[in-house]
Design a protein around this ligand. Structure first.
Ligand code: MRU
Length: 345
């Protein structure tokens, strides 16, 4: 199977898999400047918390190399403007803010000429990408441990896309699923279609097909029925931001899934890198929730679904309270939500 890398650094520019075209078309988009990266993140050509972080890191480098000065202070001031434009793209996934602050830290701590700072920024972006890939593989391995006592082969339900496309490669929730598949412990995957943007039906299903993993797509409102029928052994989802107490923001619909998992005694796992934990926020109450354009609800493709004259509410994420989460699978170890604090630096 060919690995899937949503963000590629090649020949001095970034190539992104255009995730708005999948699964019907696989195409790479060239990103040569930071303004194009801002647009790509906003329009979800690249999406998924860790992938947004990697893309933003390269966006910072692209912005840095456009800055035409030899003065260190002027350079740092202009780099902050680039950072702010990138921060304004999407509010919920903390990896975006984390990656930007890593890049700013590199710039402010680099001694030497502006050219040397730019060089160091590229190295940091590449390291963020490499580290994320390794992190996801570790999450995948740790996920195997937790499912070791379960029946022979498992059927996992997942929501949205927390796969290779949403990370530097491999995936978080789908990374655990990949590891189970490689270990011959996976019977198959149920992929919630994930209204309104259908990341499950389009992206998770596509990734599973690439890998030969048996995948059954269901509409979001079928999950409870599937659990009641005993079709699901565990739920594994990704995360966009986890508060210090373990409350977890993820794609809209995740909270409902956690509620019905509890009702049916199906274990509910969050798989996420520690860079997704925002230790500044005590609880999930203060996690900013992105609201997207109502057209995501009232039309599918070019077909309008709803009559004129109705109101819309389109939050892109919801927050699952820590008490509904069986455990969080991180790259370090599997922890109860309450034990996350041990990782605070
Ligand atoms: O709006 P999206 O597609 O960026 O939302 C993605 C998700 O909610 C993922 O589950 C999350 O980012 C984890 S990705 C490893």
């Amino acid at each position: 199977m060919t690995p899937i890398y949503p963000v590629i650094w090649r020949d001095d520019r970034v190539l992104l898999i255009d995730q708005t075209l999948l699964p019907t078309q696989y195409a790479l988009v060239e990103i040569n400047d930071y303004q194009d990266m801002v647009k790509a993140i906003k329009t979800m050509i690249v999406r998924g918390a860790p992938a947004i972080g990697v893309a933003a890191a390269y966006g910072m480098y692209l912005g840095a190399r456009e800055i035409n000065t030899q003065q260190r202070d002027t350079f740092l001031t202009q780099l902050e403007i680039v950072a702010q434009k990138l921060r304004e793209t999407r509010p919920t996934a903390v990896n975006l803010f984390w990656a930007i602050s890593q890049m700013l830290k590199t710039a402010s701590e680099s001694l030497g000429t502006v050219e040397e700072i730019k060089h160091n920024l590229l190295i940091t972006a590449q390291n963020i990408q490499k580290q994320d890939l390794q992190t996801c593989q570790n999450i995948g391995n740790n996920g195997l441990e937790i499912l070791a006592n379960k029946p022979e082969k498992l059927t996992i339900l997942t929501h949205c896309n927390a796969g290779a496309l949403a990370t530097a490669g491999y995936g978080t929730a789908l990374g655990v699923i990949r590891s189970l598949w490689t270990a011959k412990r996976l019977a198959g995957v149920y992929a919630d279609e994930t209204r309104p943007r259908l990341q499950g039906a389009k992206l998770t299903a596509w990734e599973c097909v690439q890998e030969g993993i048996p995948v059954t797509v269901i509409t979001d409102n079928m999950a409870a029925h599937c659990m009641k029928k005993g079709l699901i052994d565990a739920v594994i989802v990704g995360a966009d931001r986890i508060a210090a107490n373990g409350d977890t923001a993820n794609k809209i619909g995740t909270y409902g899934l956690a509620v019905i998992s509890k009702m049916h005694q199906v274990p509910f796992y969050v798989a996420a890198p520690l860079s997704t934990v925002d230790f500044e926020l005590e609880t999930g109450e203060k996690i900013p929730i992105e609201e997207r354009h109502p057209s995501e609800i009232y039309q599918v493709g070019h077909t309008r679904l709803c009559p004129e004259g109705v109101n819309y509410y389109n939050p892109a994420f919801d927050v699952t309270p820590a008490e509904l989460i069986t455990a969080i699978i991180t790259e370090e170890k599997v922890v109860k939500p309450i034990d996350l604090l041990a990782f605070k630096e």
